[in-house]
Design a protein around this ligand. Structure first.
Ligand SMILES: [Fe+2]
Length: 222
């Protein structure tokens, strides 16, 4: 698998407190089947001023050795940087974006469209936090976004998961791992694979790999 959402870099945002703990998190991901990971610290300058490109790159260099780690960020809709192209996932045209819990889901499509108009493809981080209502999720997708769900949420979702799967709403399943949180990837993978191995392969490997390769999710070049 390839994990596109992980808080694994030490002494940055709400990630691990030291390199040893960072290594433990990466080893944990690896033990769940992750072969590549995009590190995505929060880019919220007011809260985490230590998250800068040079620091992120340094931390990645220090941490590498278990599996390849790519540079990425989890952007916040209220703090979008001017130079969005510097804060994409693995240098691609894809950006990972979260929203304030106070942002009404009705205003999310407008924000997504404005990102699309700037030439980027927004991937909504932990989409399940904003809505599980099918109509709303479809509106997110119509606005040009792809939807990432957290593995831990997938495990606990129950029957709604099969509805989302049937309607092809989910584009990525990622860990969003933090210290003290489970990765959940192996269990989530098993649940999806029991439904369809082809789909599990797409959500956990092929779609994330297209992000790293900067290719369209259906395989074409962007
Ligand atoms: Fe996150």
């Amino acid at each position: 698998m390839i994990d596109i959402h992980a808080h694994i870099l030490n002494n940055l945002d709400d990630g691990p407190e030291n390199l040893k703990e960072a290594r433990r998190l990466v080893s944990l991901l690896h033990s769940e089947g992750v072969e590549m990971v995009i590190a995505t610290p929060h880019l919220i300058p007011e809260r985490y001023p230590e998250v800068t490109k040079s620091t992120v790159r340094r931390r990645i260099r220090e941490l590498e050795g278990i599996i390849p780690i790519y540079e990425g960020y989890e952007l916040h809709a209220n703090y979008l940087p001017e130079d969005l192209d510097e804060y994409t996932l693995a240098g691609s045209n894809y950006i990972l974006i979260e929203f304030s819990p106070f942002t009404p889901s009705s205003s999310i499509p407008l924000i997504l469209r404005s990102i699309k108009n700037r030439g980027f493809i927004p991937i909504i981080a932990h989409t399940e936090r904003y809505s599980l209502e099918i109509g709303t999720l479809k509106r997110f997708k119509k606005s040009g976004a792809l939807l990432q769900f957290n593995a831990e949420s997938i495990i606990n979702m129950g029957t709604i998961l099969y509805k989302l799967i049937k309607l092809e709403i989910i584009d990525f399943i990622a860990s969003d791992i933090h210290p003290g949180r489970k990765a959940g990837l192996r269990d989530a993978y098993t649940i999806v694979k029991d439904y369809s191995e082809e789909l599990a392969n797409r959500l956990f490997y092929l779609n994330p790999y297209s992000v790293i390769k900067n290719q369209k999710i259906d395989g074409g070049i962007l």
